[in-house]
Every structure is written in C-alpha cells, then in structure tokens.
Design a protein around this ligand. Structure first.
Ligand code: FAD
Length: 381
C-alpha cells in the first residue's frame, strides 16, 4: 500500500541515508560484531552527515528539522540493516537528544551539544538498575548534596552505548522520602573519578551494540550537571516516553518488513518437491497473512508519526504502537526463520540474526506487559 506521510524532501533524505549506509556501514558490519560496538569512526561520520543533530538547533551544531518524519526515515533505513544500528543511534540522537535540547541551560547546551552533534560526545541513558527496570520509580542509585556538588552512588545495567559513552544521563534518587517525585537526572561524564563500566554484556542478539553495566562509587558531580529540575526527573522521563516508544515501534516494523521481503524472495528461489516453497498453499497463505499484518500495522504507525509531528501522540497510543509492533515483529521473524528451514538457524544467515536481534523488543524500553498495564489503566481498569 502506498504510504502518504513522506514528501520528496523526506525521500531525498532517505536516499542520503542509504548512500551513507552503503558507503560507511555495510562494508564494516562484521567488524562491528567482532568489536561488540560501533566504532567512533561511525559516530563521527554520522555526525558529519548531520544524522545526530536532527533534534538540535543549528546554533549548537544541529540541523533541527522540527519534523519527526526525518527521524523516522533515518530509523527505518538503519533498521533495514540490523537492529543494533537504530538502537545505538536512536539512544543518542532520538532519546537523549530531547533531554539535552529541551531541559538544559544555555551553558549546558554550549558545553554538550556541539560535540553531541559531531559524534565526539557519545551519550547513553541510565534508568534501569540490577534490582529492576519496570518499576522505575523504585530506583536505588542515590545522589546526596555536598556543597555545590552531588555525590552519586549506585549502579545501572543493560545500558546501550554504556561502554563507549562519554556522557551518561543518570536517573538518581535525590529525595529518599518521595518515591517518583524524588528522582533527578544528572549528566555524568565518564571521566569522573569513581565512575566505572563493567564488561560489554554478552547478549543473545544485537552483537554490534555495546550494552554495559555502569557503577558509581562516590562520584562527585557538580550541581551544574543536573538536567532539568531537581526532583522532577521521573516526570521528565515520562514526558519523553512517547518519542522513545514511537522510535521503537518504527524500528520494529521496518526491521520486520525488510526481513519479510527478503524471505519472500527466498521462498521464490528455494525449491522442494519440484516447486518453489512459497507456492505451497500453506506458505502462500502464511506470507499473505504476514504481509497484511505488516501493512495494516504500518498504517497505525504512520498515523502515530503524524500525530507526534503535531505534538499530539499520547503516551498510551505510543504504548500501543510499541507493544503491538514488537509482537508483530517477533511473530513475523519466527515464521521467516521457519521458512528458511535449517538455514534459518544458521548465524551466517541474516534471518537468524534478525530473529535473535528482535527478541528483546518485547522486553526493553518498557516490556509488552508494562505497555498493556498502561493501556489497561487508561481504560479505567
Ligand atoms: C539489550 C538491552 C538494552 C537496554 N538498554 C537500556 C538503556 O539504554 N537504558 C536503560 O535504562 N535501560 C535499558 N535496558 C533495560 C530495559 O529497559 C529493561 O530490561 C526493561 O525495562 C525491563 O526491566 P527488567 O529487565 O528489570 O525486568 P523486570 O522489571 O524485572 O521485569 C521482569 C518481568 O516481569 C514483568 N513485569 C514487571 N512488572 C510487571 C507488572 N506490573 N505487570 C506485569 N508484568 C510485570 C516484565 O514485563 C518482565 O516480563 C535495556 C535492556 C536490554 C535487554
């Protein structure tokens, strides 16, 4: 079905993203897997191309388009390559960016945003802790006032870009007596004494992304590094959740659509019992089912993208988009593996990696259960 949400400017931008990926990324995909991270060269090249500053005003080195459809185009094209690219780049340019643009002082903007846009100051966001991620308001990392500084203690886990990040947005408890209303966001430089990283975590999929534990042992952070308002970090995080969920949804669906397209071609080429395996009625009907599911879902996601451009995407509609696309993606990819037969279980086949990569989308950034809990609450239940 023809999609209506993009105009020629978006498509020209898409062409530049594709060209960048062919030139700078695809030749190095196996190196990314071996390194368990994206090299700094990648970030700097993406910065030069203007991909990291889509949310950032020009005066700080960005190209603020003021139109989320450019973010969506970038996310779609990255997702067609693999899941790790939109995850790592998305954390930096789509998830951390709004905090650094909308909640910072002039001095902070000047300090962080030019390097952020250039790929020289790589960022991450640390919300989840070893004791739990779903119940964010219960986080245990503390920040205690000491003169003009704060002393941070605690740890974070599963942090995307965590191993390489130069600056991490850390959610810490500043008022122990207040649960959700006692959390503050701190921008913590990786060079601070007492800040350390664990190893790059050994994941089931997305080998190319670095995911790490972070530890804070009496880390002294100046008051000037608070992002947003004191004790208002939880509300700040909730404010930017629709964009995070929408980015996940765009990724999930674009990734599933790409692998499905490749699988359809495979079912045309692969023969059994003297015919293409796609011609068996079971497989033909299955593929018809999957293509329909992807296209119908695309219509909802496109509406969400347009709503977000108007500032009207609700956290609940974004939650629907996130869990539904994660489910569709995982269902589609499981069938794609099955249609590849034994090759579908071989890591050298894209479909096998894609299937492993996708499993986490039902867990991260708010699990499917948490999304349904929120939707249920919105129904008054
Ligand atoms: C690869 C990867 C990258 C990540 N990147 C980041 C990152 O960059 N920054 C960051 O802060 N976090 C990150 N995360 C963390 C992720 O957001 C959390 O894993 C997720 O929110 C779930 O938290 P948890 O793992 O502690 O599970 P838990 O909260 O312990 O949940 C365990 C299970 O219980 C279920 N559950 C919990 N509460 C309820 C409830 N009320 N009703 C029903 N079921 C419930 C959950 O759905 C889940 O199935 C990442 C995780 C992964 C795996």
């Amino acid at each position: 079905m023809k999609r209506e949400i993009y105009d020629e400017d978006h498509e020209a931008f898409r062409a530049s993203v594709k060209e960048f990926l062919d030139r700078e990324v695809r030749p190095h995909l196996e190196e990314h897997v071996a390194a368990k991270s994206l090299p700094r060269d990648f970030w700097v090249a993406a910065g030069k191309q203007g991909f990291l500053g889509l949310e950032v005003p020009e005066e700080y080195g960005g190209s603020e388009a003021g139109d989320y459809r450019f973010n969506a185009v970038l996310t779609e094209e990255l997702s067609k390559v693999n899941m790790a690219l939109p995850s790592c780049l998305g954390i930096h340019a789509d998830i951390v960016a709004p905090y650094l643009v909308h909640l910072t002082t002039e001095e902070q903007k000047k300090r962080w945003l030019p390097g952020f846009c250039a790929g020289e100051l790589l960022t991450a966001i640390g919300m989840t802790e070893p004791s739990g991620g779903s119940d964010l308001a219960a986080l245990k990392t503390t920040a205690v006032r000491d003169g003009d500084d704060w002393i941070l203690n605690g740890s974070k886990t599963f942090i995307t870009n965590g191993y390489s990040a130069d600056l991490v947005l850390v959610a810490a408890r500043t008022s122990p007596e207040k649960k959700a209303r006692g959390i503050t966001l701190f921008a913590v430089e990786a060079t601070r004494e007492g800040y350390s990283r664990g190893r790059k975590l050994d994941k089931v999929g997305q080998d190319e992304s670095d995911t790490a534990e972070l530890f804070f042992e009496n880390v002294r952070v100046p008051n000037d590094n608070i992002v947003g308002e004191l004790d208002n970090g939880f509300i700040h995080m909730m404010t930017w959740l629709p964009q995070e969920r929408l980015g996940s949804a765009v990724t999930n669906l674009a990734h599933a659509a790409q692998i499905l397209e490749e699988t359809i071609q495979y079912t045309k080429d692969r023969k059994a019992f003297g015919q293409s395996i796609g011609q068996f009625q079971h497989n033909k009907f299955l593929l018809a089912d999957l293509v329909t599911r992807v296209e119908v879902t695309q219509a909802y996601i496109d509406q969400c993208v347009l709503a977000h451009c108007q500032g009207e995407l609700t956290p609940i509609d974004a939650a629907k988009a996130k869990w539904w696309t994660a489910q569709v993606q995982n269902d589609v990819l499981d069938h794609c593996v099955q249609l590849h037969g034994g090759y579908g279980f071989m890591n050298e086949y894209r479909v096998a990696r894609a299937w492993r990569d996708a499993r986490v989308t039902k867990i991260w950034a708010g699990s499917n259960e948490i999304m349904k809990e929120l939707i249920g609450r919105d129904l008054g239940l």
